[in-house]
Ligand binder design. Structure first.
Ligand code: ATP
Ligand code: MG
Ligand code: MG
Ligand code: MG
Length: 561
């Protein structure tokens, strides 16, 4: 590709509102442009990276036995009503109406569509298991789109779904997907960890997130330095939640003054609070304290709250009890918790809360977060202990360390969550109707691009790992006005193009501009026809190490290999 013919608008200045390295560099190097908040165009260079990532994904999904399909982004509300998520998903789901007033959603995820597709076609156990995937734009009206394409409102996801007639079969596919995910992120060059994620009501090891280790990550993971153990901490100290409540909802405090309230009042309170505020209530349930938290923009309905307290004698705690308990940090489901005294941004706390976690501290104080997507009656009150950095870890090997992570992938055993509500069933060997058992597996494709950019850069720009670099080589004519340089660069470009994907900077720009752009764009190898062009000598520069080498143009392909 000739640079004079393509579209790589580079910027010298760091864009003012780009806080993190990957966002700054992807803008500066002309990979992405913002259209509006959380919505981006992928310019030609980014599109090439995306295609390379997608090809890796396609190969590994194929190895895992999954077939690619493409489902509609626009989805009729009826499907979402069947699963119940039309009511529970909240404002993250983009909704629209057609000219007849019929309601639709823009796909935030595709469980509903795929479940309806498969239930209509597959009736027998003989046709299971089945694994399908697509690569497509997803729409989520994120409350806080940020960091460029790391958290967009329109973003590219690979989403896979599997259907089974037994849990053993689901386990097998889950294992295959786990392996495929590990291979995908390895091949993209990422430094990542697979972590045990919060599985809420589902329990156990039924869900893993793939976390790219990075300071800018929004998740916190606890891992052992002596084994492969790692888990998402999903922690939320109550104090952070409370300070946010006080700041953003000054009149909430008053309304919330603990008093004896009925479940109905609590439910109505939870469902009416304004957007942007955290609602929290402290209950005494069976002599234990239960803190119910929810975010104002999640729809919480009466039934869920009722379910939670069904068969328990719940009453609100007194002001004194509340004060005592608010001093304690709270942990999360699983063998990890929040270390004493750790300050976590309210935002992070909110995330943990809406993800639906429950936990307790050593004294046995419990909290439950209200997650609209889950049926709270299933939430178990797990007994947890708090851990600190340096503590021994849960599997007896090494000590606990904390790190920040960017979630690039998430795999989940869904069980019959969708098949029961949506009536996706098959006939087993004995002719009995059974709900299909499902798994789902997501990768943020555009987020993966940003995560690689975040891990691979230096003071001069991006430094792509070869496997997903937009081009293999950058050929530059230092001075296009020099016939010798232009001709040699052209010859090198033509010759190498047979074997490699080459970007040729044939622009009539100053050499300094070309070199700066080249470093910014970050292709692994640069080949320059410069001062020694008349002798047929070019300079090779390795982007990552800065190593330089002069070679005769005829020997070039041998050297590059
Ligand atoms: P997050 O916790 O970051 O909001 P999520 O848990 O809501 O992500 P999933 O529903 O698990 O996301 O979706 C699968 C994958 O899609 C995620 O692992 C992530 O890589 C990607 N993804 C989710 N939301 C976004 C977004 N707003 N922008 C870019 N990628 C995203
Ligand atoms: Mg999310
Ligand atoms: Mg997540
Ligand atoms: Mg996730």
């Amino acid at each position: 590709m000739r640079q004079s013919l393509t579209f790589i608008p580079t910027l010298r200045e760091v864009p003012a509102d780009a806080e993190i390295k990957s966002h700054q560099l992807l803008l500066r190097a002309g990979y992405i442009r913002q259209n509006t908040s959380g919505i981006y165009s992928y310019m030609p260079l980014a599109q090439k990276v995306l295609q390379k990532i997608q090809n890796i994904i396609r190969e590994e999904m194929g190895n895992a036995g999954a077939s690619e399909l493409l489902m509609p982004a626009m989805q009729q509300s009826e499907l979402w009503q069947e699963s119940g998520r039309w009511y529970s998903y909240g404002p993250e789901l983009m909704r629209l109406k057609d000219r007849h007033g019929r309601e639709f959603a823009l796909g935030a995820t595709h469980e509903e569509v795929i479940t309806s597709l498969v239930r209509d076609e597959i009736k027998s156990y003989k046709r299971l298991p089945l694994a399908l995937y697509q690569i497509q734009s997803k729409f989520r009206d994120e409350k806080r789109p940020r960091f460029g394409i790391l958290r967009g409102r329109e973003f590219i996801m690979k989403d896979a779904y599997s259907f089974h007639s037994s849990f053993e079969s689901l386990d097998e596919t889950y294992e295959k997907m786990f392996t495929a995910y590990s291979r995908i992120f390895e091949r993209c060059g990422l430094n990542f960890r697979a972590v045990i994620a919060d599985s809420g009501a589902m329990g156990g090891k039924d869900t893993h997130e793939f976390m790219v280790l990075s300071e800018v990550g929004e998740d916190t993971i606890a891992y052992s330095d002596g084994s492969g153990y790692a888990a998402n901490v999903e922690m939320a100290p109550v104090s952070a939640v409370y300070s946010r409540t006080a700041e953003e909802c000054p009149d909430m405090e008053k309304k919330e003054t603990p008093a004896q309230k009925t479940i109905e009042e609590v439910a109505s309170f939870l469902s009416t609070a304004k957007e942007n505020c955290i609602k929290s209530l402290l209950f005494k349930v069976d002599d234990r304290f239960v803190l119910v938290l929810s975010r104002g923009d999640h729809e919480i309905n009466d039934i869920k709250v009722k379910n939670l307290f069904e068969a328990r004698s719940a009453e609100l705690a007194t002001a004194e009890e509340a004060k005592e308990i608010m001093k304690c940090p709270i942990g999360s489901l699983g063998p990890v918790g929040v270390p004493e005294g750790v300050e976590i941004a309210a935002d992070h706390a909110v995330k943990a809360i809406v993800n639906g976690v429950c936990g307790a501290n050593e004294e046995g104080f419990h909290y439950v977060s209200v997650d609209a997507e889950r049926d709270l009656k299933d939430v178990a009150f797990a007994d947890l202990r708090f851990i600190k950095e340096g503590d021994p870890s849960p599997d007896g090997k090494g000590t606990i360390q904390f790190a920040r992570g960017i979630e690039v992938g998430h795999i989940f055993k869904l069980g019959t969550r969708y098949s029961v509500d949506m009536d996706a069933s098959y006939l087993d060997e004995n002719g009995r109707s059974q709900p299909m058992i499902m798994g789902c597996y997501g990768i943020g494709v555009s987020r993966t691009l940003a995560a690689v950019a975040e891990q691979y850069n230096d003071e001069y720009g991006l430094v792509w790992p070869a496997a997903i670099s937009p081009f293999d080589l950058h050929v530059i004519a230092a001075n296009m006005k020099s016939d010798a340089q232009a001709a040699l660069a052209e010859k090198v470009y033509q010759e190498l193009s047979g074997t490699y994907d080459v970007l040729f900077d044939d622009r009539a720009e100053r050499a300094g501009v070309k070199f700066a752009d080249s470093d910014l764009i970050g292709l692994p190898i640069r080949i320059t026809a410069g001062k020694r062009a008349e002798e047929n000598v070019v300079e090779i520069k390795v982007r990552r190490t800065g190593e330089k080498l002069e070679v005769h143009a005829d020997e070039l392909s041998g050297v590059i290999d």
